[in-house]
Each structure stands twice: as structure tokens, then as C-alpha cells.
Design a protein around this ligand. Structure first.
Ligand code: ATP
Length: 278
């Protein structure tokens, strides 16, 4: 794509326990198998966009610990420009994830260094598109959106009340159906892409459904990161000028590729490989 994508977002280390079933409140479930992965919606989306062929800069923060160094090196080796990732005085963000045999998950996020990201200190040029999520302080997201001169995409996850200025400024929101239901203020947004897991995705423009596509059917190994890869792919597809239905189909094909893979940052082909996949 002609534009650079600037991802302003979270960087975490994901500690994932694969378990037979998820624990209830106060319950202990044994037999877990542990994995460590670099995650965080920001890092996942930056890495996915880079693997899909975009030129990506990441803005974020990590702690001065081994997890932080590992996360930054992982993004760098995926081709992401990490000059805008600061090292701060807080532990690297950590997500505690449990995934059951059916691929359902439960997640606890400890934001750590992500809470210290500041909206100043980096340049968003006229030709840059910006992709953000809501794992950073909301004021940072608002401030970056307000001063970004170009296309602004907000993956509004996790859900929280959205200020009117952000709803008005963002060119595209991306949410799952639970988040969509939790944020009625999105009814005022220019465009909202809503994901429905195994049932696909839709685009809502000025409050009316403009396109709807089914998912690409696949065996679900782990849905962790599916929404992140979908967000990166949809952003790049829209920036590439694809019409809504083709952009959604392309992003669903990328999401399905992630669901079929155990980690949150699976290998991905360039975006053209998924283009218009049914
Ligand atoms: P995450 O689990 O990463 O938080 P999410 O809740 O943000 O995901 P979903 O709606 O679950 O988002 O999934 C995003 C997209 O990924 C879907 O629109 C779909 O294209 C794809 N996807 C998710 N689950 C499946 C599935 N079981 N089979 C095929 N595609 C899927």
C-alpha cells in the first residue's frame, strides 16, 4: 500500500494455559499446558499488518524487563518499525489467558507499561493511516485521533464508553458483536465493521447495514488474535480501496487463518493471497 500504517497500541506478553474446560469463580482447574507468546492488541495488529505486506510503525511502551525486550524483538523481526516503542518504568503488559478444548477463552489483562504510553513524541504524517485499540488510556487514543491528519481506525476493544469527539473523528470502528451491543454510541459513527465470530462480519455505514459476509469455515484451534488479524486486514483492505463486501471477505479469510492456528501471531501470507476469498 502507498501509505504507512502507524499502530498506536498495547504490547503484552500472553501467558496461555490450554485447559480441558475454563474454571468458574473460585474454582481451580488442573492439567493446564502453558505457552508464552508476544501479544497485546497493538502488537498483534502491527505484526499482522506487517506480515500482510504493509509498512508498519508501532508506537507503544514496554518495561525494562526480559518480556519487553522479547516483545520488541518479536515485532522487529516481523518487519515492524519499533523506533516509537519506549521503555518505561513499569512491568511489560501481561495477559493471562485460558483456552478450553473448544477454543473458547478467558482473559485477564495487566496493562503495566501500556498505561504509560503518551500521545506526544511521535509524528503522524499526512500520508499515514492510524490504527488503535482501547488497551491504552482512552485520553491517548482521543489525542492521537484528534491530531492525526489521515485515516483513523479504532478497534474499540475492550468495550468502554466512547467520547463523542472520538466517535465523530474515527473513519472506521471495528468491534465484535458483544462490543457493538455495549457501545450504543457507535450508532453515530461514520462506519462500523462488526465481527460475528464463526458467522462472519458486517459493515454498518451511517447507521445502516452496507455489507454482510459469512465466515470462511475452518476448524477452530484458538480464536485468540482472530479479531486482531481481522482488524489489521480490514484496515489494509479499506486503505487499498476495496469495496466493503470484498474488504470484509478478505478480512474474514485472514481471521479464519488465525483461528486455525494455536498462537495469536500466526504466519500470514500477503493480503492479496486472501483477496475476495469466499
Ligand atoms: P478474539 O477472539 O480475537 O477476541 P473477537 O471476539 O474480536 O476475536 P470474532 O468475531 O470472534 O472477534 O472473530 C473475528 C473474525 O475472525 C470473524 O469475523 C471471522 O472472520 C473470524 N473468525 C472468528 N472465529 C471464527 C471461526 N470459528 N471460524 C471462522 N472464522 C472465524
Amino acid at each position: 500500500p502507498p501509505q504507512d500504517l502507524v499502530v498506536v497500541g498495547s504490547i503484552n506478553v500472553d501467558l496461555t494455559a490450554d485447559v480441558e474446560r475454563l474454571p468458574g469463580a473460585g474454582e481451580t482447574v488442573g492439567g493446564g499446558r502453558l505457552r508464552r507468546d508476544v501479544g497485546g492488541k497493538g502488537a498483534n495488529q502491527a505484526v499482522a499488518a506487517s506480515r500482510l505486506g504493509a509498512r508498519v510503525r508501532m508506537v507503544g511502551a514496554v518495561g525494562s524487563d526480559a518480556d519487553g525486550a522479547w516483545a520488541v524483538e518479536t515485532a522487529r523481526s516481523a518487519g515492524v518499525d519499533v523506533e516509537g516503542v519506549r521503555t518505561v518504568d513499569a512491568p511489560t503488559g501481561t495477559a493471562l489467558i485460558a483456552v478450553d478444548a473448544a477454543g473458547e477463552n478467558q482473559i485477564v489483562v495487566c496493562s503495566g507499561a501500556n498505561a504509560l504510553v503518551e500521545p506526544e513524541g511521535f509524528v503522524v504524517a499526512a500520508g499515514d493511516a492510524v490504527l488503535m485499540q482501547l488497551e491504552l488510556p482512552l485520553d491517548v487514543v482521543r489525542a492521537v485521533a484528534a491530531r492525526a491528519p489521515g485515516f483513523v481506525v479504532v478497534n474499540a476493544a475492550p468495550a468502554r464508553p466512547l467520547p463523542a469527539d472520538l466517535v465523530e473523528r474515527a473513519d472506521l470502528f471495528i468491534v465484535n458483536e458483544t462490543e457493538y451491543a455495549a457501545m450504543p454510541e457507535l450508532g453515530e459513527a461514520k462506519r462500523v465493521a462488526v465481527t460475528y465470530g464463526a458467522s462472519g462480519a458486517a459493515m454498518i455505514a451511517e447507521g445502516a447495514e452496507a455489507a454482510r459476509v459469512p465466515a470462511v469455515s475452518t476448524e477452530a484451534i484458538s480464536t485468540v488474535g482472530a479479531g486482531d488479524a481481522f482488524s489489521a486486514a480490514l484496515t489494509l483492505a479499506i486503505l487499498a480501496g476495496m469495496p466493503d463486501d470484498e474488504a470484509l471477505r478478505t478480512a474474514c479469510a485472514v481471521g479464519a487463518a488465525v483461528v486455525a492456528h494455536p498462537g495469536a501471531q500466526p504466519p500470514l501470507d500477503r493480503l492479496e493471497m486472501y483477496r475476495g476469498t469466499r
